[in-house]
Each structure stands twice: as C-alpha cells, then as structure tokens.
Design a protein around this ligand. Structure first.
Ligand SMILES: Cc1cc2nc3c(=O)[nH]c(=O)nc-3n(C[C@H](O)[C@H](O)[C@H](O)COP(=O)(O)OP(=O)(O)OC[C@H]3O[C@@H](n4cnc5c(N)ncnc54)[C@H](O)[C@@H]3O)c2cc1C
Ligand code: FES
Length: 508
C-alpha cells in the first residue's frame, strides 16, 4: 500500500516528518500469539507498547502505515500541563480532586517523555520551556483570574500572573505564566521509542491494516490480509477507535487544525509556548531550523472535519495574525493540517473498552494528544497488569459527562444534520474537474466521490462513508475525502487513512 501521505500533495510539513522515514519494519506475514497486541504506532500506541515490553510482556504493534504516519506526524508537539479546556471547567465537572488528577497526570506525562528520552538516549530536542496564556486585545482578563485560581486548586501552585509574555513588539498585557512546560521533536522521539521497544523484544509490524478486534479470553485481532493475532489484551490506539462503531463517537467530535511554520531570526522570539483564549485559539512555539534561523509554528483556525474547504483562507488568517504580533516573521516555509478529537469534557478516553473483554482504548486527544497519549501508556500498562492507577476513573471511556450535556446535544445535532446530505443532490460536476481536483457528484446514497489525477484520469468511489453512512466531502488542500460525521478520512483514491472507518470507500 502506498502510504497515504504520498497522496497529500497540497500541504507540506517540517523535516521531522522525514526523520522517521528510514525506519523500516515489515508487514505481518503469519498468525501470532502475544501477551498484548497494540493497534496503532502513533505516540499513544508506542508508549503503551514500550512500557509493557519493559515489564517483560511479549507485545506486538500493528499499523496500517509506517510508524508515526497518523496525527503524531502532524502535531506541533507542545507538552503542557496548562489544560486546554481549562481547570475551572474540570472543577465544575469533576471537582477539585478531578482537577488535581488532571494536573498530576499531564505533569507526569511530560516527566515521562523527559525520562524515557534520557534513559534511552533519544536525541529528540526535549526542552523545558515556559508557557504563557493571554487574552486577545480588548477581552476581559476574568477568564485568566478564574483559571489561575483553578490551576492552583489543581495543585499547580507555581502558576502566576506576569506583566506580559516575554515578546518584543507584542504586548500581551498581564497574562498567566505556567513554568515547566516542554517541547520536543515528536518523530525523533517516536523513532527512538520504536528502537527501544524493539531492543526489549517488541515486535512492530507496519503496512498491516486491522479489520476487526474481538474481545474475549483471549482477544483476537484480524488483519485485512486474513491473519489473526491472539492476545491476552488488545489496545486500540488508532486515534479514533476502529472497533467501536457508535458509543465513543457520540462523545467526541473531529476537528481539523491548521499550522504554519515561518522563519524568524534565531533569538528574536523567546523560546516558550504561547496560547491565547480565542475560540478557536492560537498556539505558538519555536523549532530550530539552522544556525541563523528558527521556525515559528503558529496553529489554530480549527473547523469541524469535512464541514469547510477553505484551507488557504485559514492559512492566510494564521499568517496575518502572526505578522501582526511577530514583526520579524519571514517566509512561511511549511503549512499543514491534521485532525484532533474534542471530547465533551476535554479529557481523553483511556481505559477498558466498554462491553469488550480484554480490549482497551485510547482516544479523544482534545488537542493534548502528546500528554494524553503518554499518560495513556502508564494508565493502560497498569490496567493490563492489574495494578491500581489513580487516574483510571477520570479517563474511563465509559464515563458520561452529564454536566456537559449542552455540548453533547450540540455536537450530536450537528452530526444528525450531516445525514441530510443523503437526501440532496451534490453540486459537483465530474467533467469540470481539473487535474488534482475532486468533487462529490450524483444524488442521495448513490453519490460518488470523483477525483481527477494529475494525468487526467478520473477515479470514482462511493461517497458514502463505510463507518455509518454519511457523505464524505472533498478537502482540496490535503486531497482527501473527509467525513463530516465522525472524522474518517480517505485519500484521493478512497483508501482509508483515519478511523473510525477501517476500510476504504467502496468502488462504484
Ligand atoms: C495540527 C495539530 C497540532 C497538534 N498539536 C498538539 C500539541 O501541541 N500538543 C499536544 O499534546 N497534542 C497536539 N496535537 C494532538 C496530537 O498530535 C495527537 O493527539 C496525537 O499525535 C495522537 O497520537 P495517537 O497515537 O493517538 O494517534 P496517531 O498518531 O494518529 O496514531 C494512530 C495510528 O493508528 C494507525 N491506524 C489507524 N487505523 C488503523 C487500522 N485499521 N489498522 C492498523 N493501524 C491503524 C494509523 O496509521 C496511525 O499510525 C496536535 C494535533 C494536530 C493535528
Ligand atoms: S466517520 Fe462515521 S459516518 Fe463517517
């Protein structure tokens, strides 16, 4: 299978994506019996696999693509215990004890990445930096006062007001300082983790797509090529769970997030993490490029997956936002997008998969998938080994965040509205497509996803998402078909690149 990334020609990402390319593993070619089978070789899956291999368990990881080919290769890799959805909200939903568990678990996740990179000698540019949270011009700072109080109640005693973030030419006015945040190169880390996992006897199989996961004692994983992995426990770490058709997907919503990386003279912007409180918010950090230059990574402009196709405008707004605040901003070198899953309460789902014996899952990164994915490794290891873990209830996938009922209703009404597309004609016209363009054509359930390749050849698939039947939409920047309901994504030829669908668009 050609890796889906090779079909993405509309956007580009920094070189950390390439750093993992030379890492070679082979597809699975025989049935296997192991203690634990992990599906998904992103940060969450590999951290879990590594920690279990350290405990002497026989672990196999299966991925449909290469290591880090999912959203871990699209991240901006900020490591924060400043909680994206606010500690004040966690206290409202789960009280002070819940907020303390959030602060402890995200802090522990940052420490874990630092410790693993030191112990395993992974040169991933891990670096401790400060984080600054500020409001947009003219907005009330009450949200910051409330967050300061909530963060301290969560145990982050060192969070404090500062007069402004340490930026020349951009006065954030008084804002909150979160010390001891961090950043790193996620793909170098992932490659190091994969090697460390292999050195402990771990088995890593790439280009091995999983079709089904069956709970039981033992549990079973079946691949598209007809092979079976039998395991005492299975961890589904596919970003969006591929084995659970409905339950989890009604409690989280897929968003595309956009990033630009622009040159700035080295030293002209203080290395730190910067966040504002706009909705959607902006996030900023620096990445080394060469001796004279750094890249300023600026992210935001999120929209619900499959519900807009205006990436150039979003990149333009990110650039305009950054130019206004960072006067030394130079050429934009890279721009790309990726998907995040927002849960109703901002907390990931990590733990036993409801109703499935010996099956575990991790999903719902909520834009904090580096820390959620790392703490998932610890939590899932403990659950699988029968150990107590103080974060288990907080992240339990079976939880129903009742006090977040308004958000639940809004997101599910939005999904219901997408099914109306099945009763309307599509506006696309296959004959009008130029090279590299795609459109949905036809009527109702017979709608087709039509793509004209660079050589002018038309490729047609069904436009009906094989997950639960929504109509996919063309994403012209990434050249993908994106499902507006639960975030399944397919390359231009209809091959699946993101769950919950585990198979491609049907041929017509
Ligand atoms: C633009 C952007 C910026 C972000 N910034 C941050 C940030 O600053 N800080 C932060 O903490 N988080 C951030 N995130 C979130 C974070 O990057 C992700 O949550 C995290 O990388 C997800 O890791 P994962 O292991 O869960 O999933 P992935 O990395 O997506 O890995 C899932 C793997 O499962 C595989 N898979 C899927 N289906 C199958 C199947 N059927 N069979 C076999 N394998 C399968 C995929 O190929 C993939 O390799 C950002 C995300 C984006 C998109
Ligand atoms: S992802 Fe659920 S219907 Fe497409």
């Amino acid at each position: 299978m050609t890796h889906p990334d090779t079909a993405h020609t509309g956007a580009s990402r920094p070189s950390w994506d390439e750093t993992v390319r030379p890492f070679f593993t082979a597809p699975l070619t025989r049935d296997l019996t192991v203690d634990v089978c992990v599906v998904g070789a992103g940060l969450a899956g590999l951290t879990t696999a590594y920690l279990l291999a350290r405990e002497g368990r026989r672990v196999a990881v299966l991925d449909q693509g290469p290591v880090g080919g999912g959203n871990t290769g699209r991240t901006t890799a900020q490591l924060a215990n400043a909680f994206d959805d606010r500690y004040s909200e966690v206290i409202r939903l789960y009280g002070e004890a819940g907020a303390r568990a959030v602060a402890q678990s995200h802090t522990a996740a940052i420490d874990l990445i630092e410790r693993i990179s030191q112990e395993e000698g992974i040169a991933c540019d891990f670096e401790r930096v400060s984080g600054y949270l500020f409001v947009p011009p003219g907005a009330s700072r009450r949200v910051l006062s409330e967050e300061l109080e909530a963060a301290r109640r969560a145990g982050l005693r060192e969070v404090a007001w500062v007069d402004k973030a340490p930026l020349e030419g951009f006065d954030t006015l008084p804002c909150l300082h979160f010390p001891n945040q961090a950043q790193f190169d996620p793909m170098r880390y992932l490659r190091g983790l994969a090697h460390a996992f292999g050195a402990r006897g771990g088995e890593l199989y790439t280009e091995t797509a999983v079709q089904t996961v069956e709970g039981g004692a033992p549990a079973k994983v079946r691949t598209h090529s007809g092979l079976t992995v039998t395991a005492g426990a299975v961890v589904v770490a596919t970003n969006a769970p591929i084995h659970d058709r409905v339950a989890t997907h009604t409690k989280q919503a897929p968003y595309l997030s956009f990033v630009i990386a622009a040159e700035v003279p080295r030293g002209s912007v203080q290395r730190a993490l910067y966040w504002d409180t706009e909705d959607p918010y902006h996030y900023v950090r620096l990445q080394s490029l060469d001796e004279a230059t750094e890249l300023l990574l600026v992210g935001g402009e999120d929209h619900k997956t499959g519900q807009a196709d205006d990436a150039p405008a979003r990149y333009g707004r990110l650039e305009a936002w950054a130019r206004e605040r960072f006067p030394k901003l130079g050429r934009v070198r890279y721009r790309w997008s990726g998907q995040v899953y927002e849960t109703l309460d901002g907390l990931a789902f990590i733990g036993r998969s409801p109703g499935e014996e010996n099956v575990y899952l991790v999903t719902g990164d909520s834009g904090m998938g580096m820390t959620h994915g790392s703490l998932a490794g610890v939590l899932l290891r403990d659950l699988i080994l029968g150990r107590d873990n103080p974060w288990a209830t907080l992240y339990d996938p079976a939880r129903k965040p009742l006090k977040a009922g308004g958000a639940f209703l809004k997101e599910n009404l939005n999904v219901a509205a997408q099914f109306l597309d099945l009763a309307t004609p599509a506006r696309g016209d296959a004959a009008a497509l130029g090279p590299g363009e795609g459109a949905v054509v036809g009527f109702g359930p017979a709608k087709r996803a039509v793509y004209r390749d660079e050589a002018g050849v038309l490729h047609e698939r069904s436009a009906i998402c094989p997950h639960l039947g929504c109509v996919v939409a063309w994403n012209s920047a990434e050249r993908t078909w994106d499902c507006p309901c639960h975030g399944s994504r397919f390359d231009a030829y209809g091959r699946v690149i993101n769950g919950p669908a585990h198979r491609g668009l049907e041929p017509k």
